[in-house]
Structure formats: C-alpha cells, structure tokens
Write a protein that binds this ligand. Structure first.
Ligand code: HH2
Length: 289
C-alpha cells in the first residue's frame, strides 16, 4: 500500500516509523527544543537519516492541560519549518493539527499528510481535508486535551474506539475523502487510563477490521511511567517493546521521538511476522546463523 502524500510516496507495504517534531514551547517530551526553524530542520534531517519514513510536525501541544494555541500562532510556528523541510527533504511531511486554516496553510507550504487528533471533527476540517486531497490520519480521543485525563470512562474501550473510528471513516467518505487516503489511530493516552491503553495495545488487531492502515503513537507517554515507574527520559525500552507488540498485530506506522531504535524494533517485529510468508518477488538468500 502506497499513499500519495502530495506527490511523495509513503510506502506502507512494510511497517514504517513516523518521526515526531514538535515546534512548541510546551510539548511533554521535546517542548522548546525545536522552536527555532534551524533546530527543527537539523532534527528532521537526523530523523530522516535514522530511517523515518515521514516527519510529523506539530505546533500545538495536546498533552493533558496544555494551553490552546490560536490558528495564527500555529501557522506562524509551522510555516517556516514545513517550508524548509519540504524543500530540503525528500520525505513526506505530515502536519499534526485539527484546524482547517492550519491544514490549508501547511499543505500550501508542502505538507503531504494531515494528522488530526480530533479526527476532522472541528467545523470545516472535513471539507478542508477533502479539498486538499492529501491522506489523513483519524485519531480517537475521548474529551478534550484540557480535561481528557480527568476520568476517562468506557464500557468496552476496544469496541468503542473501533466504532468511533468506523463512524469517522464513514463521515470522511461522505465528505468526499476516499477511504484509500485514510489511516486510523486508537489515540493512546488521549482520554484513557493506563488500563485502557494496555487493553487497546493488547487488542490492537481488532482495528484491522476497519481495513485501513493503523498508526500508533505511544512514544514516551505516561503509561510507561505508570506501568514501569520511569520518567519521560527513560521510556525508550518500554516504547520499543510497545512498538514491536503493535507491529506484531499489524500496525503500519509507529509514531516516535526515538527514530533509530524504533526503526530496528519495527523491522525486527515485521521480519518475525513475515517469517515463512513467501516474499512477493520470490528469492533472497538466507544469511547463515
Ligand atoms: N500523540 C501526540 C500527538 N499527536 N498523533 C497521532 N496520530 N497519534 C498520537 O498518539 C499522537 C499524535 C502526543 O505526543 P507529542 O506530540 O510528543 O506531545 P505533545 O502533544 O505534548 O506535543
């Protein structure tokens, strides 16, 4: 499966890694580090060299309790970075936003994928995504970033997330966005307790019923703090185990701040998953033990 991201291919024939680049002062793990366009470009180049298939640029933190950012501020933070990345790097650039005016500005500057934690639910977002013609990632979130972690509640978290994503897929198709252009994401950490996150990862393969590539974003999230007792800077091992478990169940794209290590974890899990399945073109010599 190859997605056309404004003329740049994103080949999801094997699972790939999306590198995270936050041009914000307050993101939970890399806030303030890449606000200057030169620092953002250097970070994106490093992630591309480490094997990222796409770079996801965000200009508004969605961590619990983060201050909302106006569209004008989001555009001012994003544009110089998206312009620089799309002119210097051959990879597709994704924009992490829910605001239609930000989507338009970012795609105009060279972004080729819209990653929306609100699954195109803000007024005008469905229409903007349909008109812009780039692929879209629809993410599940219960509530709003400000309050979503107060008391997340589900009957059956896996079924509810799957049904929400199915409804948003249908809304996209009705708005003129072809299904072939859509990815889905259960939204780890977005209105979910640690137990909900664990259940969603344990049953990630249930999302394959939607028939769309699954993106997962667990990198450095608080569930690793709760389960492993690790601070943000010590969550890599947990993140790699989570990436492998996700790919084992069919995830197509793993969103990560730690690209080099995650690329290896993803490739390893994908290789085990594909073992014994004949390669498409046949052949390929086995390396001796
Ligand atoms: N998580 C974050 C942001 N965007 N997009 C998708 N599709 N899936 C995710 O799980 C996801 C996402 C939160 O992580 P980060 O960008 O590092 O933090 P912040 O929101 O504080 O900028």
């Amino acid at each position: 499966m190859i997605l056309d991201c404004a003329g740049r291919p994103l080949d999801l024939g094997t699972p790939r890694v999306m590198g995270v680049l936050n041009v914000t002062p307050d993101s939970f793990s890399d806030g303030g580090r890449y606000l200057a366009p030169a620092a953002a470009l250097a970070r994106a180049e490093a992630m591309a060299a480490e094997g990222a298939a796409v770079i996801d640029v965000g200009a508004e933190s969605t961590r619990p309790g983060a201050a909302p950012v106006s569209a004008a501020e989001e555009i001012a933070r994003l544009l110089p970075v998206v312009e620089a990345l799309s002119s210097r790097l051959p990879l597709p650039i994704s924009v992490d936003t829910g605001k239609p005016e930000v989507m338009r500005a970012a795609v105009g500057a060279g972004a080729g994928l819209i990653n929306d934690v609100r699954a195109l639910r803000l007024p005008g977002a469905l229409g903007a995504a349909a008109e812009l013609g780039v692929p879209v990632c629809l993410m599940h979130m219960q509530g709003e970033p400000g309050t979503m972690q107060a008391a997340p509640r589900y009957g059956d978290v896996v079924a509810e997330v799957r049904d929400f994503l199915a409804q948003r897929l249908a809304a996209c198709v009705a708005a003129g966005i072809p299904e072939a252009r859509i990815l889905v994401d259960p939204g780890f950490g977005f209105g979910k307790t640690a137990a909900h996150n664990l259940l969603l990862l344990r049953h990630l393969d249930a999302l394959r019923a939607l028939g769309r590539p699954v993106l997962v974003g667990l990198s450095r999230k608080s569930v690793f703090g709760e389960v492993l007792g690790r601070p943000v800077g010590e969550r890599l091992a947990g993140g790699l185990a989570a990436a492998a478990l996700a790919v084992w169940q069919g995830a197509a794209l793993v969103r990560s701040h730690d690209v080099a290590a995650t690329v290896d974890a993803v490739r390893w899990a994908a290789a085990v998953r594909a073992a014994g399945v004949p390669p498409a073109g046949g052949g390929g010599g086995a390396e001796p033990l």
